[in-house]
Design a protein around this ligand. Structure first.
Ligand SMILES: Nc1ncnc2c1ncn2[C@@H]1O[C@H](COP(=O)(O)OP(=O)(O)OP(=O)(O)O)[C@@H](O)[C@H]1O
Length: 663
């Protein structure tokens, strides 16, 4: 297969690192290649004992700290005593199989056949077998010593499946669409071959050759940490360009032309337009991590702008646990003969994950805070990550948890970058037992030791559910995902059941326990109000202080400030607004019925669609039952039985979630 001759050399079997770059000085070479090192399979640790942990110490230094957190002090002074609340009632846990009746989710759309045909034409689906050696050791990829040494230092002994499959192809310069379950090592799957190829870069003229796009700042920081560790025995330079960190420092780093830039789309575009001399003209490898997220509507305009600025002749690699293979979405990335590497069934969960569901009845929606408080006080008391749909809900619960004496950090977009990184570190280092987060934390974050993920409310779609749950049960570790499921979440529940590999559980929090916690929370209402008032006052004071500081700066440095060039953004304010309102691409596929709907409306819409499908199926079943009864005229249904049928129809949700099979 002809591969585009990229400037970055592709490693062939007979290539030798020591003669690769005649321009490098002997000192450089010594630094890069330590010939004493030999890769040993016993040298590293396995999943459980691995040494590597991300480190944000340097990154935090360039993040603005913002106002000092006084909230914790206020909450602590108002804490309540919960002792005696969890005396007698034991939480029930019912094991059950709830998979029956899921056939309605089977695809029977004739359009699928056309789609499959297009995929077959678009992807290079030649089966690429991984050799036994490639699955057993990193040495089989002919990697250079500095890379092997770093891999060993990180405690990696054997490549994971996605690594074994993607490393040889990426080394050949092939375009890749890669998917494997959460926590399966996708970052190293693209970073190892990139670093290996960079060892062979021409050194005389520095250039930004690799761009890694990530959807969130935290994921960027984590990816930067992995790349820095994997390249620590080389001279490869890596720059992190994400929002919330000092733009000035980033500009200075970019001027030095680092080999790799890891960026979030917004900050990258800011640099393209506002940092003199920065461009993506020399990019030879583009990686889009969490690609399905970056291909979503929210990032569409930004992605188009970035792609427009990168050379067409490049290697492109896309990775995600829920990777799209929708050809329409991928075509605009001008992939060349891409290989589809779907290691697990795309959308599937790791087999180490236990999923539990707690039903929240429609008239009991307001019990969610009490259910969560009960779960976290009694059952999941540490190493628990809790997801909320909104920043306000996560923050509210942070106050509630504080008052209940449950140590928690919050992670969402209303915090400064410094606070966000610190929250992550505090949770990772077990300084707090709970992390209360929005979907900002749902993708990619790798925090070892998370035992439980709780979905306080279900996300808008199933792939977000997969990513949220994927924060636990990573690598070889086990984990549990506990979800509070309301009437409107039936579709996601069904998909979760359909795609789960093992039994799922139905957890019942005893109503007496919920009632007790409801009473406690009711008693806290006034205190919570007081805290909000204090918080608001604190914010007003700090805003006023900021204004004063700004005014002082203006007085002192007016000339310099006014002479700064005005910032440029690739869209006008109107265009940004319009982009949010309608698809930017005139050739984009027609809007789906749910486009523009709020998440709540979307969920209701999907639930209603599901209901309609079910009703249609039930009608068909009823019709065939009727015709069957006609043939056997003597058979009479008792009124009791038909009553049962009726109630079964009405309570299909009940049947799904609470059909019990005690073990
Ligand atoms: N070959 C390996 N051996 C042991 N540990 C590994 C190996 N490769 C990666 N890891 C570790 O596995 C963990 C998960 O890796 P990573 O975050 O890259 O997963 P991922 O597949 O990108 O997950 P997600 O889909 O959630 O983003 C990390 O802690 C990483 O250090």
């Amino acid at each position: 297969m002809p591969v585009d001759p990229l400037k970055l050399k592709t490693i062939e079997d007979d290539d030798d690192v020591s003669v690769a770059d005649s321009e490098e000085s002997i000192e450089d070479k010594k630094q890069e290649i330590n010939t004493d090192f030999t890769f040993s399979v016993d040298g590293g640790a396995d999943w459980d004992t691995k040494k590597y942990q991300w480190d944000f110490t340097n990154i935090k230094q360039s993040a603005k700290q913002g106002q000092k957190a006084t909230l914790d002090e206020v909450i602590n002074s108002k804490k309540v005593d919960l002792s005696g609340l969890d005396e007698d009632e034991e939480e029930e846990e019912d094991e059950e199989e709830v998979r029956e009746g899921l056939s309605i989710l089977e695809k029977d759309d004739p359009e699928d056949i056309v789609k499959e045909k297009r995929k077959a034409e678009f992807f290079d689906d030649t089966v690429i077998e991984t050799t036994a050696e490639q699955s057993e050791s990193f040495t089989s990829f002919s990697l250079s010593r500095p890379i092997l040494k770093a891999i060993a230092a990180m405690g990696f002994v054997k490549p994971t499946d996605i690594q074994a499959k993607s490393i040889p192809l990426a080394l050949q310069g092939r375009d890749i669409c890669g998917s494997a379950v959460t926590g399966s090592g996708k970052t190293a799957a693209f970073m190892i071959p990139i670093l290996e190829r960079l060892l062979f870069r021409p050194r005389t003229v520095p250039a930004i050759r690799v761009l890694v796009l990530v959807p969130t700042r935290e994921l960027g920081a984590q990816c930067h940490s992995v790349a820095t560790n994997l390249s620590k025995f080389s001279t490869i330079q890596i720059c992190l360009c994400v929002g919330g960190l000092s733009q000035k420092l980033q500009e200075a780093e970019l001027r030095k032309k680092p080999d790799i830039v890891i960026a979030t789309p917004g900050r990258l575009i800011d640099h393209i337009h506002n940092s003199p001399s920065f461009s993506l003209d020399e990019i030879e490898i583009l990686v889009i991590d969490e690609a399905d997220r970056i291909l979503e509507d929210g990032f569409k305009a930004e992605l188009n702008e970035i792609i427009k600025n990168t050379p067409v002749k490049r290697q492109t690699m896309l990775f995600s646990a829920t990777m799209t293979d929708n050809v329409d979405e991928l075509i605009k990335l001008s992939l060349k003969n891409p290989v589809r590497l779907f290691v697990d069934n795309n959308q599937s969960m790791t087999s180490k994950l236990v999923q539990e569901f707690i039903r929240v009845r429609q008239h009991k929606e307001e019990s969610r805070p009490a259910i969560l408080a009960a779960l976290c006080s009694r059952t999941y008391q540490s190493e628990t990550l809790i997801f909320f749909r909104s920043k306000a809900a996560a923050h509210h619960m942070k106050i509630v948890f504080g008052l209940l004496g449950l140590s928690a950090a919050e992670l969402h977009g209303n915090l400064t970058q410094f606070q966000r990184l610190e929250a992550l570190e505090n949770f990772r280092d077990k300084k707090v037992n709970f992390l209360l987060a929005t979907d900002l934390a749902s993708r990619g974050l790798d925090i070892s030791g998370i035992k439980t993920v709780i979905n306080y409310d279900m996300p808008a779609n199933y792939s977000v559910y997969v990513h949220r749950c994927g924060r636990t049960a990573r690598g070889d570790a086990g984990g549990r995902a506990v979800s509070l499921v309301g009437e409107q979440d039936r579709l996601i529940l069904k998909l979760a059941l359909k795609n789960s590999r093992d039994a799922v559980k139905h957890r019942v929090v005893p109503s007496k326990v919920i009632a007790k916690f409801e009473t406690v929370l009711e008693g806290l209402k006034d205190t919570i109000k007081e805290i909000y008032v204090e918080e608001k006052q604190e914010k007003l004071i700090s805003n006023a202080e900021m204004q004063v500081q700004k005014a002082q700066n203006m007085i002192l440095h007016e000339k310099e400030i006014k002479s700064r060039p005005a910032k440029v953004w690739f869209q006008t304010a109107e265009e940004t607004k319009a982009a949010k309102a309608k698809p930017v691409d005139p050739n984009a596929p027609a809007r789906s019925k749910t486009d523009g709907m709020s998440r709540k409306k979307k969920r209701l819409y999907f639930a209603r669609q599901e209901e309609k499908k079910e009703q249609a199926q039930q009608q068909i079943a009823a019709k065939s039952a009727k015709s069957a009864s006609k043939q056997k005229k003597l058979t009479q249904f008792s009124t009791k039985d038909s009553g049962k049928q009726q109630s079964k129809k009405r309570n299909l949700f009940d049947a799904e979630i609470s059909r019990k099979k005690r073990k």
